[in-house]
Design a protein around this ligand. Structure first.
Ligand code: AGP
Length: 596
């Protein structure tokens, strides 16, 4: 039993964690093993003291409340109850005080422990397991995916979901549950997805699902596409490097879903969002996905003449933006599970907007709740730092913006063909660039690794790209980096310029090039050290001395963001490697942030 629990945890490692644990029921008693740090430490613990039993729960924790110590690792125990929890119990302090007043003795600094104490209290008050579960769910507020063992009910596992994903797997004479279908893939792909508010009793061969009111409900079973074969690194030392080099292949696959190369037209991507009838467009996402959306905003405004309202999801729904049901909204998310983005999706849905989800995981919550799914087909992205998902998001957004322009008559057929033909060159140009620039980037990264602060500058779609380059560097190398609109330099950041802070300037030879060269002169005049990322034409025109100039091929404006992403990704990756950072699982980061 514990070996299978550990195998399933191993399939979730890529999501990021800082401790782990497992609990089983054996001969009517709850037993557990926990360990700080990586899963190997828990395996050692289990070798020293194996666990028996046929029913168990396990967990990899990403610390929210309480340090990442063994004591705070899940499962949490109280008398007769074991709990594992993804999410945040927002009213845990109030509950903790109330429980302490009636004698509960807390062992940890976590929010999760209040769930175990509530269940123990309700059981002591005479409730059965089911009643105690329902009573607990009425007390807690916040986001949770829960799995619970009751010592005196060894044949079942109680589960509940509100926010973070939870799936139930139907095996042959056995049942499974996990945070996503990937964890269960070695055991089954016959999956039931719980909705928010659902809770369930999972028995040996069946599951009974209840809604928040306690009514029995039926949830459909799906055949998951998640594959049992673990995604490997191939001959790459890190997933991040593998995924950077996968981009030509996955971009080709993504584009094949959205453009017809033969007649150079955008194929009908989805009838569920008729952009011709759309009054405006809202876009919301987090992190790198947000920056992809920011670039997409430029394209929807320019080619589809749509007003685009965009914000990071954690701000979007609190601004009370005057949304119209005649608008559409796009939510961009690699995982399809990011809590803030999901909450913004639901906010727009409640306001009657048509909802599109640009996601990498078709079975994700966002995909299931959207009116239209726009898959990016990047394949599993394991590295916490998003790379191939970002450029695939851009490719899909470009195709959608061109399609929207065609539907709204704001671009001609010829213009569409030229744009689509440019997109079609992406895989080949990306492959060429990755081959050409890697050696010089490896050298440059050695120099960059000595700095503590880096400024990225860009104009037009290179401005969000500057922010993405900064995000990549800071999240994998821990070097402080900021992305700024080049035109903003004189409004503050120029005060920072000196020889201790390299300035990475993203400047394809587009309509902003000359202005960006002026910004570079301002930097050089103050002793700033410039790393220029430009194209052949730009390199031939800029005579400014630089720390280094990366020269990319001359490309059409519509694909420049995807091409200029490559040196930014490689620079972040190699700098992190030089610095010995944990490239695929940077400290404090999770691959999917399923809590607000
Ligand atoms: C990107 O490199 C980061 N790992 C992070 O910003 C990520 O883009 C963000 O958390 C959004 O994740 P999602 O695309 O799964 O919603």
């Amino acid at each position: 039993m514990s070996e299978r629990l550990i195998e399933a945890l191993g399939r979730l490692e890529y999501r990021g964690y800082d401790s782990s644990g497992v609990a089983t029921i054996f001969e009517g008693e709850l037993h557990r093993r926990r360990a700080e740090g990586k899963l190997g430490n828990l395996k050692t613990r289990l070798k020293e003291a194996p666990l028996s039993g046929t029913v168990g729960i396990a967990h990899t924790r990403w610390a929210t409340h309480g340090a990442p110590t063994e004591c705070n690792a899940h499962p949490h125990f109280t008398d007769g109850v074991a709990v594992v929890h993804n999410g945040i119990i927002e009213n845990f302090s109030k509950l903790k005080d109330a429980l302490a007043e009636v004698g509960a003795k807390f062992q940890t600094d976590t929010d999760t422990e209040v769930i175990a104490h509530l269940l123990t209290k309700f059981r002591r008050d005479g409730m059965g397991c089911l009643e105690a579960m329902h009573a607990m769910l009425k007390c807690v507020e916040g986001a949770f995916a829960l799995a619970i063992l009751f010592e005196d009910d060894p044949a079942t596992i109680m589960v509940a979901r509100n926010g973070p994903p939870l799936v139930i797997g139907h095996g042959d004479g056995e049942m499974f549950l996990g945070s996503d279908a990937i964890a269960l893939a070695p055991f089954t792909n016959d999956i039931t997805y719980l909705n928010d508010g659902d809770w369930a009793v999972v028995g040996k061969t069946s599951v009974q699902v209840f809604d928040i009111e306690g009514n029995v409900v039926t949830r459909p079973r799906h055949i998951s596409l998640a594959t049992a074969d673990l995604v490997g690194k191939g001959n790459h030392p890190h997933f991040m490097e593998k995924e950077i080099y996968e981009q030509p292949e996955v971009i080709a696959r993504a584009l094949g879903h959205y453009i017809n190369v033969n007649d150079s037209h955008v194929t009908t991507t989805s009838t569920d969002i008729d952009f011709a009838g759309v009054e405006s467009l809202a876009i919301s996402a987090c992190g790198t996905a947000y920056l992809a959306g920011l670039i997409g905003k430029y394209w929807f405004e320019r080619y589809a003449r749509l007003i685009v309202e965009i914000d990071v999801a954690s701000e979007f729904r609190y601004r009370e933006i005057p949304l119209s049901p005649r608008s559409a909204a796009l939510f961009i998310s690699q995982s399809g599970e990011t809590a803030d983005t999901l909450a913004s999706l639901r906010y727009c849905k409640a306001h009657g907007l048509r909802i599109g989800a640009v996601v990498n995981t078709r079975e994700s919550t966002m995909a299931r709740e959207a009116d239209a799914i726009f898959p990016i087909l990047a394949g599993p992205e394991i590295g916490v730092a998003s790379t191939k998902a970002f450029t695939c998001q851009l490719a899909v957004l470009a195709a959608l913006a061109i399609g929207a322009g065609k539907a709204r008559g704001t671009i001609t057929d010829d213009e569409e063909q030229v744009l689509v033909q440019s997109l079609a060159t992406l895989p080949g140009v990306m492959r060429q660039v990755l081959n050409d620039i890697t050696p010089e980037i490896e050298l440059l990264s050695r120099e960059l690794s000595h700095y503590r602060d880096v400024l990225y500058l860009g104009r037009g779609t290179s401005f969000p790209l500057a922010m993405e380059g900064a995000l990549k560097l800071k999240e994998v190398s821990y070097i402080h980096a900021e992305g700024y609109a080049a035109g903003e330099l004189k409004h503050g950041p120029i005060a920072l310029i000196d020889e201790n802070m390299p300035v990475i300037v993203i400047a394809p030879h587009d309509r902003f090039f000359d202005k960006t060269v002026s910004n570079m002169q301002e930097v050089a005049a103050r002793g700033g050290r410039i790393i220029l990322i430009t194209d052949e034409t730009g390199a031939s025109m800029s005579k400014l001395p630089t720390m280094h100039t990366i020269v990319l091929p001359d490309v059409a404006e519509i694909i420049a963001p995807m091409i200029f992403s490559l040196p930014l990704q490689l620079l972040a990756y190699h700098t992190a490697v030089v610095m010995g950072a944990d490239v695929d699982q940077p400290r404090n980061l999770a691959k999917s942030v399923t809590v607000e």
